[in-house]
Design a protein around this ligand. Sequence first.
Ligand code: THU
Ligand code: ZN
Length: 296
Amino acid sequence: MQDRFVARITQVPEILATPLIPLLGASFSGHISKAELENLIADSGMERNELLLALLPIAAALANPPISDFYVGAIAIGSSGDLYMGANMELAGEALGQAVHAEQNAISHAWLKGEAGIEDIIVNASPCGHCRQFINELVQGSDIRIHLPGQATAPLAHYLPYAFGPKDLNITAPLLTPQSIELALETDDPLLIEALDQANQSYAPYSSNHAAVAIETHDGQVFVGRYAENAAFNPSMMPLQMALGSLMRHNLGFDAIERVVLLESSAGKISLANASVAALGAVTQVQLEHVVAEPC
Ligand code: THU
Ligand code: ZN
């Protein structure tokens, strides 16, 4: 079991901790498959929703909150039935708006793993207004079931009545819907090729700034993030934060970073370069490589 889970596992009921511990080995990064989840339900004898809430201390252990020291854990259940954990990430010394909420990290985790829908979100603290708005951007967002400790499960529509969302801006293919973007770039740099592939899956209906970040670590691993915009603009999630969130889930420190590439469309009405340079500067001396690709 990884060190970060040692203190947290004591908060998990023993009937669940026993079958869970073998999953929390060195390679665990917050993903539990549907089959593993079914096994946990069978082995623990716990009821499904009760078990999902009981996993939250493990999700919260993925957090990196140097400013608040407040650990938030979230779980997103994808349409496939797989479970994706996420936690809050704060960038020490930078504007609070550069932080990522646990719900955003869990949802982006599911998106990066190819989920085209989310059924349930489980959180250990009531989702803030910004997160309710972020969830409302997802396909079928208002129907997503929200599970909180001590509360009856209710759809997002209960937590966000009279919502403003993508439909108000005439967007019919909301977040998680496969996007058909075609940016092109002549390169044989594998990190740029990866960033291009991810930018082609990004969600930027409001600015057309299709964008992605690819991070390479000293040991050659690659972590990616895609831009995910929001109808209300401010709750948008930047690709650098999404990639850093993935690095964090994998139990790597920011000192593992070797290269960071931000790839953006030349057709965007905005650029994420300045904001990304500021955010990156909070965690590493590594300079941002900024690349612009042309729509085909
Ligand atoms: N936080 C979340 O992760 N989700 C919420 O919806 C509530 C707030 C985080 C953000 C910040 O890192 C810390 O909790 C304090 O607000
Ligand atoms: Zn929030």
